[in-house]
Write a protein that binds this ligand. Structure first.
Ligand code: SF4
Length: 364
């Protein structure tokens, strides 16, 4: 897809024309990844974080947040529930928490792999190469690390150096694109993504992001609106101004659907979730509209409600008080109402299988 087409679609507001984009994305989804909606059981295992991302409620400096870290046994209970509900994957997500040591996570991954048939996806932030390699050897299948925006200056402004690294220069050596490359070389199924509507983000920036998705040949791509927690520096809109009038990307529902649809057209074989953030913007139909505009994955939450309420990256998250069982029933009903079906098995990314075949590597 030409860059000019991407920008034109991002700027399009006519509902009639947009129907063409939705139709094309849905058709491309059907032809390339089918009608199944893969369900990933999400476990938010710790809300501790050493980072200071300017918009996130889990940032280290947010002293008002009660912190938690689940025990391995609690995580295992969630994993067993994932099996009971028929999910093929468990996603272990947390803030960047050094107490989730390499060794501890290795033990946890081994237990899940020994006791369940689940694929294990990790989303634990920027971790060192040795840990990533060790977790892969322990059986982790996938890793999610959003690069958030391909505009480096914008990225650095809203992601200051982490709390335990005093030198900004040292921190800047951290490079998410390099980590994605490492993950790929280690044999992970690799996921990334961006935020939509960061203050200062232009349509050109967002087009760069979508083009980069294609060049990175990502196996999973999660995109979501920029949602800012009130107890953060960026809640003060004077802290980081918008791009000039007419150039700022809105952080809204329509723009999120456009990015999902364009991502499907640029990366037809990738797995794309209809995210909780989308359901937060539109509780009634956000997930469904994501699923009929290019997405093929949903992530029902398995985190026990007493912890879930504390995993407050942004406020008013959808489904905050639901039990795992209620989430499962609700999502399954919504998927069937669309004429689709919950996926069976692990739901690996067809893009991953294709690149393994191209590399001459056998499918796990
Ligand atoms: S966005 Fe992630 S890394 Fe940044 S503060 Fe929040 S949890 Fe930590």
């Amino acid at each position: 897809m030409q860059r000019s087409e991407i920008i034109n679609w991002l700027r399009e507001t006519d509902p009639g024309w947009l129907e063409d984009l939705w139709r094309l994305a849905d058709q491309t989804r059907r032809e390339n990844v089918g009608d199944e909606v893969h369900l990933r059981g999400l476990v938010e295992l710790s809300n501790h974080c050493v980072r200071l991302c300017g918009y996130c409620g889990l940032r280290a400096a947010n002293a008002g947040l009660q912190r938690y870290r689940m025990s391995d046994d609690e995580v295992l209970r969630c994993a067993r529930q994932a099996v009971e509900f028929g999910y093929g994957t468990v996603v272990l997500q947390s803030g960047e928490d050094p107490q989730l040591t390499g060794q501890r996570m290795t033990g946890l991954i081994r237990r899940i792999k020994a006791e369940t048939p689940l694929a294990v996806t990790l989303s634990l932030g920027e971790r060192d190469d040795n840990e990533l390699a060790e977790w892969r050897r322990a059986g982790a299948d996938r890793y999610l690390l959003r690069f958030e925006t391909s505009n480096r200056e914008l990225y650095d402004r809203i992601h200051p150096p982490k709390a335990d690294v005093p030198s900004a220069a040292k921190r800047r050596k951290s490079d998410r694109l390099a980590i994605l490359e490492t993950l790929r070389n280690l044999g992970y199924e690799v996921g990334s993504g961006v935020m939509i509507g960061i203050p200062g983000q232009t349509f050109d920036d967002l087009a760069d992001d979508i083009e980069l998705f294609g060049r990175l040949e990502l196996d999973m791509i999660g995109v979501g609106p920029y949602l800012c927690h009130p107890d953060t520096p960026l809640a003060d809109r004077r802290a980081w101004p918008d791009a000039p009038a007419g150039r700022q990307v809105p952080a809204d529902e329509a723009m999120t659907y456009k990015v999902i649809a364009l991502t499907r057209l640029v990366c037809p074989l990738t797995n794309i979730p209809a995210t909780t953030a989308l359901a937060t913007l539109n509780t009634d139909y956000g997930r469904e509209w994501g699923l009929v505009r290019g997405a093929n994955v949903a992530m029902p939450n398995l985190t026990p409600p007493k912890y879930r309420i504390l995993y407050e990256i942004y406020p008013d998250k959808a489904c905050i008080a639901e039990t795992g069982r209620k989430c499962q029933q609700c999502l399954s009903d919504r998927i069937k109402a669309l004429g689709r079906r919950p996926g069976a098995g692990r739901g690996d990314s067809p893009n991953y299988h294709q690149r393994l075949a191209a590399d001459g590597t056998s499918v796990p």
